[in-house]
Design a protein around this ligand. Structure first.
Ligand code: ATP
Ligand code: MG
Length: 329
């Protein structure tokens, strides 16, 4: 039997090149090597307030982008998290074995709660729900960006704790990071990772941005006080632009050095902008075709949920019986 892959993206805003390079593109690359499940994690999205109508639209947009990027729904199940109630059910059971101190240590909780006036409990519980998403399917491999490494470590800790309390139940999930593009930084603030939910129109390049918008954002990206590329002394902004170029072009380090050393920042930015715009063009074209037929998308999501529900329910039944909860005889 093939190992199972699980990963998800929140429908919290415009998917950006960080989501693509850190996650989505790798899902596409590895999907046929495994039994793959890709999820639009809407229950995660509501850990911070989302305008309801916008959230509904973003769920469909995210599904369209999964397909446009190359997820093959005949092979890989594409699901919306809230369409499979077992995610929330298992999350409760795992909440009960998770020490609260583990959750307060999470970098994402600290960063996201700082930006909130009132911090919802969901923001603290976020990594437990994420552990449930993965463990529910006994997934062995979880392809994510680097910012999720800490949450995955926690998912393993939770699995281990459950297994040691109640007996061997969960497969240990391994983290799979891309070699380049695992952490794309904000164009305006290269010391912060690019995020859908970060403010500022020059922060992220959305997958559906027009070429002109892509150019404008990259031309305005923060660099440093040098005039031209120096691989020894470059700051975070220039390093970020180069790594975006490298991730899309798949050039080697040597090719990058030979081509970009000494290039003035204005020219560097033009070349990065062209690389990004031309790489995204086919995806944008496919997105327009796919979303012309909303019923097609809904059918895929419905079929995905039907396909994975028996796996999810059987894990929940197993966990219930391990914990001594009520199960149908
Ligand atoms: P939000 O700001 O709402 O948290 P996000 O941009 O962080 O949005 P998520 O939906 O939280 O996106 O993450 C989806 C996937 O994209 C995860 O695998 C995550 O590791 C990856 N990812 C997110 N941001 C980046 C980034 N800047 N570089 C590389 N990968 C990223
Ligand atoms: Mg995030």
């Amino acid at each position: 039997m093939k190992a199972r892959v699980f990963s998800g993206i929140q429908p919290t805003g415009n998917l950006h090149i960080g989501n693509y390079l850190g996650a989505l593109r790798n899902w596409v690359k590895i999907q046929y090597d495994y039994e793959s499940i890709f999820c639009i994690v809407d229950l995660h999205a509501v850990t911070v307030y989302q305008t309801p109508a916008e959230l509904q639209a973003k769920i469909r947009e995210t599904a369209g982008l999964f397909l446009a990027a190359g997820i093959d729904p005949k092979h890989s199940a594409m699901i919306v998290q809230s369409a499979v109630p077992a995610h929330a059910e298992l999350a409760w059971m795992l909440t009960c074995v998770t020490p609260i101190g583990w959750l307060y240590r999470m970098t994402q909780f600290k960063a996201k709660s700082e930006a909130q006036e009132t911090v919802g409990d969901g923001l603290l519980q976020y990594p437990v729900l994420m552990a449930a998403d993965i463990l529910l399917y006994q997934a062995g491999i979880v392809p994510v960006g680097d910012d999720q490494s800490q949450h995955l470590e926690l998912a393993r800790d939770i699995a281990q704790r459950f297994n040691s309390l109640y007996g061997d139940t969960f497969v240990m999930p391994a983290t799979k990071l891309p070699s380049v593009g695992a952490r794309v930084m904000g164009l305006d603030e290269p010391d912060k990772k690019m995020s859908k939910s970060a403010p500022g129109s020059g922060h992220a390049i959305a997958l559906l941005d027009d070429p002109a918008v892509i150019r404008k954002k990259i031309m305005r990206a923060t660099t440093d006080s040098n005039p031209a590329v120096d691989f020894e002394t470059m700051g975070a902004g220039v390093a970020n632009l180069l790594s975006i170029f490298q991730a899309f072009s798949e050039w080697t380090d040597d090719q990058m050095k030979a081509h970009f050393s000494g290039l003035r920042y204005g020219d560097l930015k033009k070349q990065v902008a062209e690389m990004v715009a031309s790489s995204l063009e086919p995806l944008q074209q496919r997105y327009r075709e796919i979303t012309a037929d909303p019923a097609y998308l809904d059918g895929i999501l419905r079929e995905g949920a039907e396909r994975v529900t028996p796996i999810a329910n059987s894990t929940v039944e197993l966990v219930k019986s391990r914990m001594g909860l009520y199960t149908r005889a």
